[in-house]
Design a protein around this ligand. Structure first.
Ligand SMILES: [Ca+2]
Ligand SMILES: [Ca+2]
Ligand SMILES: [Ca+2]
Ligand SMILES: [Ca+2]
Length: 227
């Protein structure tokens, strides 16, 4: 034995990065081997990713289902806002994602959904759910897509994050989002047909009919989306 562990072959495919990392520090030459204390501090044991409780699974299922029925504009905005959030508010969701990501590759596949949610949803329901929360349609759910779907209302409607996305959309910085500014954001993600439909919806929030969405109108729109 050369003291170096290789994780080759299909048997390792479903083992997470963290677990492999820990193993490589236990099964190695004595000089670099972890002490018991260090083993217990290791990420894989400190953040146990063992199966979520059924209560947590039911909560997540409900959130994902609710989100799946929302319109694409809302999903796009939620993905944008979620990509900006990096604090302790989402630590729990981060852990949930890790637990669902059984092979630790940073995305949730259909098989992983099936494994975690069997009993709560039928394979057909799972397929539909994945399609509806997979905003970039690449067939699996990234951390950001998951976060957008499962995030709590108070974080989503937090002024800082909402203002951040408002500023992002307001490309000419006149403190209003014109229909054209919305259009250029939406057309990057969605088809022309869908973008048109979304613009019609956005117009409903233009309360003073100036063809622009100001901060007040934008906040109303986000709140309405949530309901
Ligand atoms: Ca995965
Ligand atoms: Ca995706
Ligand atoms: Ca503007
Ligand atoms: Ca307006």
């Amino acid at each position: 034995m050369k003291g170096e562990l290789k994780f080759e072959g299909p048997a390792w495919d479903n083992i997470s990065k963290e677990a492999k990392d820990l193993l490589s520090k236990i099964i190695c030459k004595e000089a670099c081997r972890f002490s018991t204390e260090k083993i217990l501090e290791h990420e894989w044991l400190a953040n146990p990713t063992e199966k979520l409780s059924s209560n947590e699974l039911v909560t997540v299922t409900a959130k994902l289902k609710k989100y799946s029925s929302s319109i694409k504009l809302e999903k796009a905005l939620r993905c944008y806002i979620s990509s900006k959030i990096e604090n302790e508010d989402i630590q729990k969701l981060k852990n949930t994602f890790k637990a669902l990501d059984i092979n630790g590759d940073g995305k949730l596949s259909y098989e992983e959904f099936l494994q975690s949610f069997k009993g709560l949803m039928s394979p057909d329901q799972i397929k539909k759910l994945i399609t509806s929360i997979d905003v970039d349609s690449n067939g699996n759910i990234s951390y950001n897509e998951f976060l957008a779907a499962a995030i709590e209302e108070h974080i989503f409607l937090n002024n800082d994050y909402a203002l951040d996305s408002f500023k992002y959309l307001d490309t000419d910085k006149n403190r209003k989002i014109s229909l054209n500014e919305f259009k250029s954001f939406l057309s990057k993600i969605f088809s022309e047909e869908y973008t048109k439909q979304m613009l019609e919806i956005i117009k409903l929030f233009d309360l003073n009919s100036d063809e622009e969405i100001d901060w007040f109108e934008f906040k109303r729109m986000l709140k309405k989306f949530w309901k």
